[in-house]
Design a protein. Structure first.
Length: 181
């Protein structure tokens, strides 16, 4: 019998000082059996960093033709494609061809430098690609906030996020690996 996804509910309050976005989002996240809490919480923070009424989660980790998150225009064009991890360059190139902007949030302090050294030349030429790395310590601290029902406050400024849940607080400061030329 196949394992089923674990469902998490999040009440997310976002205050994005740079974009003047102040909103509450009621989110449901399905965590695939092979997905860690760190990765699931990183999906949640990626949502907060790009918070928009039209931003939605993709079908999941096992789906090849959708990103982790995406934002489509009213006419169905993909405006923002968000990937997590260290995807293959062909997948990123395809995403760059389909979307106005692509953002990749990498994680894994040991694997990301190897992946980046191998693919930086190819990925650095993609004009609508932004690659960021979230350090392991920040991912682990973020995973500690995970609960089946969460109430999170997220304040964003200058590309950094301060996430709090009850008495706990975590700072997430993704480090830029690549920006559009």
């Amino acid at each position: 019998m196949a394992l089923k996804s674990t469902v998490y509910k999040a009440a997310l309050n976002v205050a994005d000082l740079g974009r003047n976005v102040y909103a509450d989002f009621g989110l449901t996240l399905a965590r695939h059996p092979s997905e860690t809490e760190q990765r699931m919480m990183l999906r949640l923070i990626a949502f907060a960093l790009h918070a928009d009424e039209a931003l939605v989660f993709g079908k999941g980790i096992s789906t090849d033709d959708e990103p982790d998150l995406w934002l489509k225009s009213l006419s169905g064009e993909i405006e923002l494609w968000i990937e997590l991890g260290t995807p293959e360059p062909d997948r990123i190139k395809k995403a760059c061809g389909r979307s106005t902007q692509v953002v990749v949030y990498t994680y894994g302090d040991r694997s990301v430098p190897v992946w980046w050294a191998k693919h930086a030349g190819v990925l650095g030429r993609l004009k609508n690609l932004k690659v960021l790395q979230v350090p392991d310590a920040q991912c682990q601290a973020l995973a500690a906030l995970a609960a089946s029902t969460m109430s999170l406050q997220c304040t964003l400024d200058a590309g950094e996020a301060w996430v709090s849940a009850g008495d706990s607080s975590v700072q997430i400061a993704p480090q830029q690996l690549a920006m559009p030329a």
